[in-house]
Design a protein around this ligand. Sequence first.
Ligand code: MN
Ligand code: MN
Length: 315
Amino acid sequence: MSAFNQPIGGNDLARFAGPGTFMRLPQVETAAGLDVAVMGVPMDIGTSWRSGTRFGPKQIRAESAMIRPYNIQTGAAPFEKLQVADIGDVAINTFDLADTISIIERWTDAVLSHGAIPLTLGGDHTLTLPILRAVAKHHGPVALVHVDAHADVNDVMFGVRECHGTVFRRAYEENLILPDKVWQIGLRGTGYGPDDFNTPRDWGFNLITAPEIWHRSLAPLADTIKQAIGTTKVYLSYDIDSLDPAYAPGTGTPEIGGLTPPQAMELIRGLDGLEIVGADMVEVSPPYDPSGNTALVAANLAYEILSILPKPKRS
Ligand code: MN
Ligand code: MN
């Protein structure tokens, strides 16, 4: 019997039964004693087009009941080496975006204070800013792998400086991230002008647009990123709209011509070995996805991310 928490197996309790936690792991109150704390941020008040990501964490957890603990293709067995549990949802203030941002930072700060890696299920992309603030407080500025159709580097939206489209400009301004170790992957779609992508390039960010990687394996790109980041601590932020809407229609701001699930898997798997200190899976909007496939893809990619999180050395 393993010393670590195990997901409830589908041969022990029917998949449609049991707790509504990620992979039906135990739900715990705090991150004390955990290597990885799965947490939900059920918010959509920072989004600019379609809403519904408030239902993302619940639906990702529901679809995760299908996932088995052993990664047959990669050999990863995360629950043999990591103590993982679901610490539930952040108690956001759904009437107040600024307050919600403060609450998420305090919550993440507590997780990091226990030495756990936060693996966050969203929720709109706003949530990554307060998480990065807490991460920078504990670890200093970090490298960033950001997979998204969008750069999320607007200055203001409707006069608001902190929302899902401004996250990485704020993170850059506040020195939460190391600009030359930022990788934004999958960018595409229409913009307001060339500066939309040129501005982050001028800051030193490495941008890989979707057309540059259409029809290609992302394993070589993952190798390049791994070499460039090296042993620097890194945060991984995965916006589900990086995928093509054919695979992930349930999202707030869909853009055609996106990544495929195999590309996403190659990318994540190829990052194994990085010193990841936090990760998120954001922008899943179940109401725009009658098939449920978006949350299914998100749950599986969250599992792929879990599979590459650094394993603590134990005596
Ligand atoms: Mn985004
Ligand atoms: Mn996006």
